[in-house]
Design a protein around this ligand. Sequence first.
Ligand code: NDP
Length: 630
Amino acid sequence: MAADTTVPSTTDLMGPKPVEAYLDSKIPKVVQPSKLPFDPEALKCRYIEERDKRSHEVKARGGLNQFQLIETDGPFAKYLRDPWVEPGFTRDALSDEVDVFILGGGYSAQIVAARLLDKGVTNLRLVDKAGGFGGTWYWNRFPGAQCDVESYIYMPLLEETNYMPTEKYAGAKELLAHSERIGHHYGLYEKTLFQTEVESMHWDDATSSWTVKTNLGDKIRAKFVIPCAGPLHRPKLPGIPGMERFKGRAFHSSRWDYGYTGGDSAGNLHKLVDKRVGIIGTGATAVQIVPHLGRWAKELYVFQRTPSSIGVRGNKPTDSAWAASLTPGWQGRRNVNFNNLCNGIRESEDMVSDGWTDILPDVFGQMDPKLSPAEAAALRQLVDYEKMEAVRARCDEVVRDKATAESLKPWYNVMCKRPCFHDEYLQTFNRPNVHLVDTGGKSLEGVDETGVLANGRHYPVDLIIYATGFEHSTSFAHRSNMELYGRGGLTLTEAWRHGPRTMHGYTTRHFPNCFFIHNIQATLTPNFLYAASETAWQLGYVIETCLEQGIKSVEPTAQAEENWVQTILQLAEPRLKFLAECTPGYYNNEGAADLAAARESGYGGGAPAFMKLLREWRAKGDMEGMDRRT
Ligand code: NDP
């Protein structure tokens, strides 16, 4: 196991200033607009116009209310079913007592388990409702699924498991197999209950322990609990009228039915050759699926409300000479380099050199300190326009039909939505069987027995694929389908009724010895697993210290928690202004970039600064801000 030395770097770790709202900023005198290859005023008007198209509807239907949340006992429950196991699994209930209970069997849960095992904390129990390890990559096996952050930094514990990904962007099968590899390497299979859903976790002050109850009747006592459910875990459906009436086949992208389509995550969807297919949504998931559907479906209708920005991907096989040249600690160094560049911190080398590090260092980069904040914001906006102009130009270069190319152009700032990178998505719209149905920012009008209604027209289809994303800002209890009962029976839903309250994102008052792995009030970086890995060092340190020193419970003091919430809110303010200028999406709470969204946000000082803060906290060694009971 690599040592906890992944972050220190000679570069400036201050991080960029929080992103200012800049669409509305005045162009500084240092720039002569007439010399720019685009008209910033015209672009600004277009961005606002496009945002407002969507915002009108969001206001009418109310943010998250536009979606159809899936209830386990509701009419859409079938969209949650696990397609990768036989139904009806049973086993004897288990009564268990462990040091640490981990909810989840995805990469982040495995990283935490690995860190703890490495520290000699071996009495662990993991539970996952899935039939195996993999988390995101257990569920998401759709055709074309690949990591959209480079495998060499995204796939965790590569050095520890002595594995080198086959490609710069590994595919779904390889990503899932790596999770299984980690499971075997660390002996996690013996410690994990699969096909088991946690229903509740109750804290008991008298015994300073949690009791975890599952749907199979298990009762697990644990000194510490770590929910690692994943930030985008529970699928959501759009609230399109009539969806339940559809008589053809329909599923969510994260529950792919290869029995119906044929093929597997590598493609070959041969059973679709005589089928008309509709895919709803054009986010990062759909961008990976559409090329495969286009290749195999008789007719494909891509229902688009807002286009994604599609940069160059440039996937390639791993260069074996490069792999052989790597020296111990390489994965951590590469992650630091990527994380710094994505946060606008200068590095002498761009190790990853991909779409992220092409865009983000320029957009978030440090500006001349002589510039006023307003001038810096205006310059960032110009850089942003330039980057997005290149994305829009690519639509014209690749897509032959001019109207289709025009509809595929995104009119918003780079980080309003997650940027996508693909080398076959735009090309797919040149196929005669592929039809873009652009609703111009409107939701689809309906679904009936035989197809989809949009733009006043009926599109008959045999299969509907909902690539409509995952719950993001709903309650923790809904997202994870279980409730946490802290001190005195207080539920997390109640404690967080006005939004999350934490110290450093991972620990919350009245819920002692419960540590979250998520990005809420923690860190934001394109590579969530790097953030998870850094938080895992923190949890490992806290748990090891408690076990060594006989500390029975830890939780933040009321003051420390309040201070952190205030820090989050203050730093979120400029980002909220930025997000308010964006077209709605899950980044801005579907157009409601308000105080509740601010509480859900990450630490606005930048990921490197957040990680430095955690390291310094550990180095002080006094668990500052924590109530400890022995
Ligand atoms: P998103 O939430 O990004 O996209 C949902 C899509 O559904 C959007 O295009 C949205 O349109 C559309 N939609 C929702 N409701 C309606 C409606 N009523 N009518 C019409 N369209 C509708 O979900 P994804 O699953 O694509 O991606 C989620 C995240 O998962 C990504 O941001 C990324 O972080 C991650 N991901 C990572 C991958 C990887 O690592 N390889 C691959 C895929 C995803 P609109 O934009 O107008 O709201």
